[in-house]
Design a protein around this ligand. Structure first.
Ligand code: NAD
Length: 269
């Protein structure tokens, strides 16, 4: 118990699932959540990358006996896999306090309204929207059963494009993210009395492979940056810091909101 007192982490003793933990926002969040004392289930469709984040955490925080981090392979677009991920978490850790539904894709296809292809549309919706729904559904089911500190915090990664139109065509992606925000608000309202908080994280444009592959010329990059008052792309760790706040009890009165972490983009005209 003396170790517990010494930890003073912002997520001490909590159990957190992070999807898309193998890269970008999820990767940085896994490290940050673990640093703050959470047990982290680093879930990703790419098991190797999830294992790499677990290795990184073990290197960085070798002496913490209370925290455990495990890698888990999941395709969030398959409900049975998401259900099993939550069941695994309850079996291994006994409870679920934090669900960070962060996995998402932006297909590098010409995704404008006329040209977008139905396969791209369905794939985008299945991962970005249905994946979030499945994550919320099974997390809520688990959080209702928590014996200590009942309830929990669910964070769904949306995007600034869910709040406004993107200048570069990405219609399926934008539609999926707008729906994530709407779904999160309604779940926040319907589960508030169960002490389950649901918020969306709305990142601005980040310096990650996902976006840099999409904005693949200097012209496209500069066009996007014109709209960012801070004048640079964001870093994944800056999203992780915001997710940590929403995950922790420091945000105990915040539910049904969109936290914009976007360098001022959505404030600009
Ligand atoms: P990333 O590509 O670096 O990481 C995404 C991770 O999700 C990868 O590890 C990938 O393997 C995993 N993944 C993909 N499909 C999956 C599936 N079906 N099941 C489980 N895991 C899957 O991307 P990122 O930039 O860290 O993006 C994380 C989230 O942030 C996404 O929802 C994305 O839409 C959103 N976002 C990103 C930006 C940006 O500029 N990068 C901006 C706004 C929102």
């Amino acid at each position: 118990s003396s170790v517990i007192k010494d930890l003073k982490g912002r997520l001490d003793g909590k159990v957190a699932i992070i999807t898309g933990a193998g890269s970008g926002i999820g990767f940085e969040s896994a490290i940050l959540f673990a640093r703050e004392g959470a047990n982290v289930i680093a879930a990703d469709i790419n098991l190797q990358s999830a294992e790499a984040v677990v290795e990184r955490i073990k290197e960085k925080f070798p002496l913490n006996v209370l925290r455990r981090t495990v890698a888990y392979k999941v395709d969030v677009s398959k409900e049975d896999e998401v259900k099993k991920l939550v069941e695994f978490t309850l079996k291994e850790f006994g409870k679920l306090n934090i669900m960070f539904n962060n996995a998402g894709i932006m297909h590098p296809h010409d995704d404008n309204c006329i040209n977008t292809d139905e396969k791209v549309w369905d794939l985008t919706m299945n991962i970005n929207l249905k994946g979030v729904w499945y994550g919320c559904k099974w997390a809520i089911d688990a959080m209702r059963k928590n014996k200590d500190n009942k309830g929990g915090s669910i964070i769904n990664t949306a995007s600034f494009v869910g709040l406004m139109g993107a200048a570069t065509p990405q219609i399926a992606y934008t539609a999926s993210k707008g729906a994530v925000i709407a779904l999160s608000r309604e779940l926040a309202v319907t589960h508030a009395r169960e002490n389950i908080r649901v918020n969306s994280l709305c990142p601005g444009p980040l310096r990650t492979p996902l976006l840099m592959d999409f904005l693949n010329t200097d012209e496209k990059k500069n066009r996007r940056l014109v709209h960012v008052p801070i004048g640079r792309f964001g870093e994944p760790v800056e999203q992780a810091q915001a997710a940590l706040f929403l995950a922790s009890d420091e945000s105990s009165y915040i539910t049904g909101t969109e936290l914009k972490v976007d360098g001022g983009l959505t404030a600009a005209y």
